[in-house]
Design a protein around this ligand. Sequence first.
Ligand SMILES: *Cc1c(COP(=O)(O)O)cnc(C)c1O
Length: 470
Amino acid sequence: MQYISTRGEVSALTFGDVLLTGLASDGGLYVPQAWPELLTGEPPSGVLSWNPDEGSYADLAAEVMWPFVEGVYARHRFEEIVGDAYVRFDHPDVVPMVEVGDGIWLMELFYGPTLAFKDIALQLVGRLFAEELQRRGSQVTIVGATSGDTGSAAIEAVKDRPNIQIVILHPHGRVSDVQRRQMTTVDSPNVHNVAIEGTFDDCQDLVKAMFGDTAFRNEQRLSAVNSINWARVMAQMVYYVAAAQRLGNEVVSFCVPTGNFGNVFAGYAAQQMGLAVSRFVVASNRNDILTQFFTSGTMTIGEVYSTLSPSMDIQVSSNLERLLFELLGRDGRSTARLLKDFRVAGQMRISESIREVLRGSWVGIKVDDETTLQTIAACYRDSGKIIDPHTAVGLTAARRSHVQGEGAMVVMATAHPAKFADTVQSAIGCSVPVPSALAGLVDRPERYEVFPNDLKTVKAHVARCATGLV
Ligand SMILES: *Cc1c(COP(=O)(O)O)cnc(C)c1O
C-alpha cells in the first residue's frame, strides 16, 4: 500500500514514512492510494472472518488494518503490537456498546488510560512509532496541538520511550482542569507541555507553520501524532466495523461529535472499504462551521467560542480535507485550490453536484450548551447512564435526526463523564464517580511553560526540547 497527498504534489510514500511524517510537505494529508476492499457484496456476506462473540477487539483491529500495513510488518508482529495496544483498556470489549432507547446505541470509546476516544488510536500509534524508530535507529520530536484530549492521549502513549521527545501545545486556560493535569503531571523527561496564549486554532496554526518550514522540520526531526496522522484514522476505522458486526452486520447510521473531523472520517473510510452505512450525522457545538458546510455547502471561518464540549471548540477541521479530496474525484490540484482559497478568503463553497452527493448521506447538526446540559440530565433520568458533554452533543443530534424504521444509529461516546465532572454534575445534580485513572491527579505537581502566540518563540523552545536536555 502506497500513500498519496490530498494536494497531489509529493511522491507516494509507504506506511512507515507516512506514520513518521504526518503532514505532507505540500501541505496536504496522506490517504491510501486506493481503498482496499474489506467487506464485499451486500451484508451479511462480508469477507471479514471476525465473529463478535468469539474474537477479541484486537483480533478485529489487526484484520481491518492489515491491508494498510501489509509488507511493512510481519503479520504475527503486527498482531502482537495491536494486541499490546489494547491491554490497558479497562473493559473486556475495549469499546462496549449500550442501547439508550429507540434504536440508538452508545459506543463507549473511553476505557483507555486517559478516558477519551483518542487513546484507541494513540495507544497503537505510540507503539508503531517506537517500532519504526527502533528499526531505523533514529529519533523524532513529536509536536502536536491539542484542544484537550489529544495531548494527554499522545503523552500517555509515548512517555518514557527512548528516541522520542514530545512537545504538546494547548490553548492557555481553554482546556479543563482535569485535561491540563492529565498532561502536565506526567513526570517523564521526554514530555514537554506548552500553554499558548490563544485558541486551539492558533496552536494548530503554529504546528502547521513549524511543519511547513522544511529546514526546521528536518533539523528537529519533527513528527506529528495529531489527527492529521493517517495511522490514527486507520486505527479508528476499526470500531465502526465492530459496531456494525455486533449489530448483526445490518446497515447502520453513525452520529459523531466532531471537532477536527478525524473520527467521522474514519467511519467514511470504513464505508469506502465496503461497510454498509446509511448516514453520517456530524454533531457540533456552537462552533458550527461543519453544520454550515453540510447544510449549505459553504464554509466561512468564524470566531472560536468556548463551550461545555471544549474538545470540539474548533473552526477549521483539518481532516475535512480528506473528504473534500474524495468528493473532488481524488484530484489533488482541485483540492489544493479549494483549500488555499479558503485560507485566503476565509470562505469556500462547493459545487451543486458535490452537494448532491452529500445530500441524504451526510447531515450536520448543531447543539447549544443549554440543550447539551438538558440531554445529560434526561439521559441520566431515563436510563441511569451518565454521559459527558461531547457525547451529549452527539446524542442530541442523533435523536433529532434519527428516523423511525431507518435501522440502528450508533452515537460515538467520546469521553468519560469524569473528565468533565463539573459540567456533568451541574446537569445531573450529583457528583460523578472518579475512575481510578484520575485518582490522585490534583495532588501531583504540574510542569508546563506559558508562551505568547508567537512562532519564533515557540520554535526556539521546540529546538531546545528536541535536544532532550531540557
Ligand atoms: C477529540 C475529541 C472529539 C472530536 O474528534 P475529532 O476526531 O477531532 O472530530 C470529540 N470528543 C472528544 C471527547 C474528543 O476528545
